[in-house]
Design a protein around this ligand. Structure first.
Ligand code: ZN
Length: 329
């Protein structure tokens, strides 16, 4: 990747490559250089890409499909979403509204979470109730609690599962939602009435997104993710750090060695699991253990190790590096 005029990268030229941003000794991102050279949003995006310390071969990937292969369908969706975002910016004329949307778009959270918050404010999230009214599905009942139609209000405040998420979050706000008519009302209250730190607003919308993400997984018949994982997803993206723990046990189950690290990288849970496995192989190698069985909590990482070319793109570099390193054991 060549740098552009928008990126004042010190010592960079038009031919500068991504490896310039990587500390060649540790094999990880050069944090100081990245934080000096990029605005916060771009630095966070770069650092959320986990690197393999085993330096696998480069390859071309298309970032808009889960496995990195180009499809015309995905290109069409990208084009549509870009058009909508543009239309959105152009149609906000009212001053207060403009200020509200500008604050929303300037939050330091991934674009997908900003888009989610915008849809929640506009009441156009594809909830089961919305889909029911459009004749897409026959039954709007919330599959998580089976107690009520799945409206935005139910999804964010009333569902038993969501209440647990808010209670775990320690966010100082009215968790019943009774004082807020809808999601936009809540964000408006936080930004313009309480004037809270934008970090809190980022945490609120990230937590709401986590609940939405989890409910969608359940809706698709996939296993609901543990609440702890939902909160980790929200908290780690808020704190821009990732905790990694490795335990080595002998065949009696006794602990032989442990490693605990906090990486200054804003990794999501899947990328953090892959990075933990990467660190585990280095740690195991360094202390001289060779006859070893590696375990991870992530079935996605397990499947990726069995079929590296089908790994999700965000961890494919780590997986390919691991596959080559494991041959040395
Ligand atoms: Zn429910």
């Amino acid at each position: 990747m060549a740098t552009t005029d928008e990126l004042p990268l010190f010592g960079a030229s038009a031919n500068t490559r991504v490896e310039y941003l990587i500390d060649q000794e540790s094999g990880d991102w050069n944090l100081d250089l990245i934080h000096q050279s990029f605005i916060q949003d771009n630095a966070t995006s770069i650092l959320s890409i986990p690197l393999s310390r085993h330096k696998p071969q480069d390859r071309m990937i298309w970032t808009y499909t889960p496995k990195g292969y180009f499809t015309v369908n995905s290109a069409y969706k990208v084009a549509i979403s870009m058009t909508r975002t543009l239309a959105l910016v152009e149609t906000s004329h009212d001053t207060e509204q403009t200020r509200f949307w500008r604050q929303l778009w300037n939050l330091h959270v991934p674009n997908k979470i900003k888009l989610f918050a915008w849809k929640a404010c506009k009441k156009i999230l594809p909830t089961k109730t919305n889909l029911y009214h459009r004749g897409v599905i026959d039954d709007p009942t919330c599959e998580a609690c089976a107690r009520a139609p799945k409206t935005v209000r139910h999804l964010f405040w009333e569902c038993t599962i969501t209440k647990d998420v808010w209670n775990l979050s320690d966010i100082p706000l009215d968790k019943t939602g009774i004082n807020h008519r809808d999601f936009m009302d809540l964000l408006w209250y936080l930004l313009f009435k309480q004037h809270v730190d934008t970090k809190l607003v980022e945490l609120v919308i990230t937590t709401a997104w986590s609940a939405w993400f989890s409910c969608n997984k359940a809706c698709l018949g996939e296993a609901r993710q543990p609440l702890r994982e939902i909160m980790l997803r929200a908290l780690f993206s808020h704190l821009d750090t990732t905790g990694i723990g490795v335990t080595i046990q002998d065949h009696f189950g006794s602990v032989v060695a442990t490693l605990s690290k906090r990486l200054p990288l804003p990794l999501a849970p899947l990328e953090a699991e892959a990075k933990a496995l990467d660190e585990a192989t280095i740690f195991t190698w360094d202390i001289g253990v060779r006859d070893v069985i590696f375990e991870t909590n992530s079935t996605t990482v397990c499947h990726a190790m069995e079929s590296p070319m089908d790994a999700p793109i965000s961890i494919s570099t780590i997986v390919l590096g691991l596959c080559s390193k494991l041959r040395d054991f």
